[in-house]
Design a binder for this molecule. Structure first.
Ligand code: ADP
Ligand code: ZN
Length: 731
């Protein structure tokens, strides 16, 4: 354990609590004193709240009124590096520290005393006779040497009924004892034989292994097509970390956290790792939090918030599917787990591996600039081959008005249905969400602030700019040619496509996968599993479907509008289109059946379309990087979103206007403010939302300027202001 400063009883200490106060509060160290970083319970008004000893007291509070810390909690103190990590991520995301601390203490029962439960250990007695089942139980106990299990865990582990275990207890072969409820995780064995790696894979695994053994900070982009063995490779980096006696964390998009994945990890290391995600039970979360803090969980597999667990000695963070937008939390504390992983690793001399078939432009650019190392896995492992990718030239297809499935695509789908295989139609547009174009001149409505094309949103009955959130009503007359009555919505949304598909294939089972159609990640995950098991003939999906699911029966992917991402209505549209198409195409033909990916496009000659079809990714990234650089947008410029909310729209708007007027601190750094405009989702749970967008050039102290800018803002009554640095989502 690291040497922590110690405060003697009665000494003045500063305590950061989880309560929304804007400062650290002074208390007296409790009887017996306490360490810097200790988790404590302190009195606050009539209540007792959770806090952490953050440093010496500030001394500006009347010492006669100083109250003592109630007690020190029975958990490992927070390490210096964790305090620094919380401070730095609070500064970066402009989040108040107490909110960061809440994120880091999101485990139930932290202040409970350590509770006990009955566990079993090897006893001195001998069973009267050995059965197969009994042998298995005793072998399991021996295998995990020092560990103890409850009767149920032991029965599960040995694959016997609990009566077998009870019998052994009665005969004294096992003895019962009291043990703390939160048991350490079984030891993982990095030296169990892994799969025999291909030459490519082995080279990548060695490089990562050496980096881990070096014990310093570093970030590596591990790039390889779906199925190339990225997981096999990074599991070897995990093995190297365990051998070095350090902890490892594998972050996955929540939806990819499956039993299948855990089984794979278990096969490699001989025991189950700790699991951290929204579906884990309270008991499990509590156990993970405590054991991670004591260094008794060597490996955590988790969703983004696992980054805020109190690791004792974190040596490696894997961010799988690093391009996945779900790493960005855009409610509450707005942070990007991928970026915060890099920050955290830098603070504790750990390695980061960003794994993806289609990295984000940010990561690609960092690798190009030499900030990250880069490893490539070229081929798909084994027989699975990338699907054949072809463009359907829509200029040559004959479609009835307001339909989007070309005869060529329809024919390919019919063939799949006849063979009992699945097709997936991909359209990255939720709702009906068409574009509005003038039928007289072909002109469209552009945003006054951004010059980007505005998109019709049915639920709002307005046009919206996906760049800055500006909205306006659909105009009567075309803003370009002034002809009236010709503005018409064109283009499909996923739900509209559903209607068309049902009309074309009345007998087919159609599944629509769009995030706004599911109540929870769990419900969606379940639906995806059903579909993977064959409970649909045609799947219609938004970008959701591109995440690492495996649909073994899927052999056709049809991209409805490959041009969609090329219109520049969203900053990352082209990048997402590219990633999604490659990922979606990677869904086809994973098993033994070869896949086919068809992309409907009006511009088969467009560089992005050509890059996708030819597989020339570098060409795509270079072109996209050049465009972003020219536009001064991320990763070559900076952005931040401000969302204001409150129960009454006028008050929220007034605050927005006041901010926009008083933009001195932003102008000082050459940043621009757009808005206020109603947020795309203008009302959530009865609260009106208004947003502002800030654009600045790279290298400017954006956070500092924003902090100074919003500081004088008066949040009267129920008004709230939240900052989203590097927003991914403009909703
Ligand atoms: P990725 O993470 O790049 O999608 P995976 O690591 O999941 O790729 O590998 C895809 C499949 O191929 C998995 O079932 C994996 O077990 C298998 N595989 C990859 N490399 C090997 C190998 N060297 N030996 C045996 N199986 C392998
Ligand atoms: Zn705009």
């Amino acid at each position: 354990m690291q040497e922590q400063a110690f405060f003697n009883e009665g000494e003045r200490v500063g305590v950061l609590t989880t309560q929304p106060l804007d400062r650290v509060l002074d208390y007296r160290a409790p009887e017996g004193g306490c360490h810097l970083g200790a988790y404590v319970e302190v009195p606050l008004g009539p209540r007792r709240v959770l806090g952490v000893i953050w440093g010496p007291g500030a001394g500006d509070f009347d010492s006669a009124k100083l109250r003592p810390v109630n007690r020190v909690l029975d958990v490992a103190p927070m390490r210096d590096e964790m305090r620094q990590f919380l401070s730095k991520s609070a500064d970066y995301t402009l989040t108040p520290l107490p909110a960061m601390l809440r994120l880091a203490t999101r485990a139930p029962g932290l202040s409970d005393p350590v509770s006990m439960r009955k566990v079993l250990r090897l006893g001195s007695g001998l069973p009267d006779r050995m059965t197969d089942a009994r042998t298995r139980v005793l072998a399991a106990v021996e295998e995990f040497g020092g560990l103890a299990f409850t009767a149920k865990e032991l029965a599960d582990l040995a694959g016997v009924t609990s009566s077998v275990v009870k019998g052994l207890v009665k005969q004294g072969a096992l003895r019962e004892e009291e043990a703390p409820r939160d048991l350490p995780y079984p030891r993982l064995d990095p030296d169990l034989p892994g799969k025999t790696l291909t030459e490519d894979q082995a080279a990548a695994a060695n490089t990562l292994g050496e980096a881990v053994a070096g014990g310093r900070y570093g970030t590596t982009l591990l790039k390889g097509v779906t199925g190339s063995g990225k997981t096999e490779v990074y599991l070897e980096a995990v093995a190297a970390t365990l051998r070095a006696g350090r902890q490892a964390l594998v972050l996955l998009p929540e939806i990819a956290l499956t039993a299948e994945f855990l089984k794979r990890v278990e096969q490699r290391f001989g025991a189950t790792p700790a699991e951290w995600h929204s579906g884990a039970t309270m008991t499990e979360r509590r156990r993970v939090w405590r054991m991670v803090g004591q260094g008794k969980a060597q490996l955590v597999i988790g969703a983004r918030s696992a980054l805020f667990l109190p690791y004792q000695n974190l040596g490696l963070i894997i961010v799988d599917e690093e391009h996945d937008t779900s790493y960005k939390q855009d409610e509450g504390v707005c942070y990007n787990a991928r970026d915060m992983a890099v920050l955290r690793a830098a603070m504790c001399s750990a390695q980061v591996v960003l794994a993806s078939a289609t990295p984000s432009l940010e990561t690609w650019a960092n690798a190009e600039a030499g900030k990250y190392k880069r490893l490539n896995l070229a081929a798909r492992f084994g027989s699975a081959v990338l699907p054949e990718m072809r463009a359907i030239d829509m200029r040559a297809e004959k479609l009835p008005a307001s339909t989007w499935i070309s005869p060529t695509l329809k024919q390919a789908m019919t063939a799949r249905i006849e063979r009992g295989e699945q097709s997936l139609l991909f359209l990255n547009r939720r709702g009906f969400a068409p574009v509005t174009i003038c039928r007289a001149c072909g002109g469209h409505v552009t945003c006054d602030h951004c010059d980007s094309r505005m998109v019709e949103h049915r639920f709002m009955k307005r046009l919206m700019c996906h760049q800055c959130g500006e909205t306006k009503p659909v105009p009567d007359a075309c803003p370009t040619c002034q002809v009236e009555g010709k503005m018409a919505p064109v283009g499909p949304g996923i739900e509209r496509l559903g209607e068309e598909t049902a009309a074309l294939f009345p007998e087919a089972r159609i599944a629509v996968l769009s995030s706004d159609l599911f109540a929870s990640a769990r419900a969606l995950k379940q639906r995806i599993e059903e579909i993977a098991a064959g409970e649909a003939d045609i799947i219609l999906g938004t970008q959701l479907v591109a995440k690492g699911h495996n649909f073994p029966l899927l052999t056709l992917v049809g991209v409805i509008d490959a041009d969609l991402g090329l219109q520049g209505s969203d900053l990352r549209a082209a990048e997402r289109t590219f990633q999604l198409m490659r990922q979606v195409a990677g869904r086809a033909g994973r098993a033994d059946k070869p896949g086919e990916a068809l992309m409907q496009t009006f511009q088969p000659e467009h560089p992005v379309i050509r890059a996708i079809l030819s597989g020339d990714e570098e060409a795509f990234w270079r072109a996209e990087a050049a465009e972003r650089q020219a536009a001064g947008v991320p990763p070559y410029g900076r952005m931040a979103g401000i969302v204001l909310s409150g129960p009454e729209l006028p008050a929220v708007m007034d605050l927005g206007m006041a901010l926009a007027r008083n933009d001195g601190p932003l102008r000082q750094i050459g940043a621009q403010v757009f808005g206020p405009a109603p947020a795309p989702i203008a009302r959530i749970r009865g609260r009106h939302r208004v947003r502002l967008l800030i654009k600045a050039s790279k290298g400017t102290p954006l956070q500092d300027a924003i902090a100074r800018w919003i500081k004088p803002a008066r949040l009267k009554g129920d008004l709230r202001l939240s900052v989203d640095i590097d927003p991914q989502n403009f909703f």
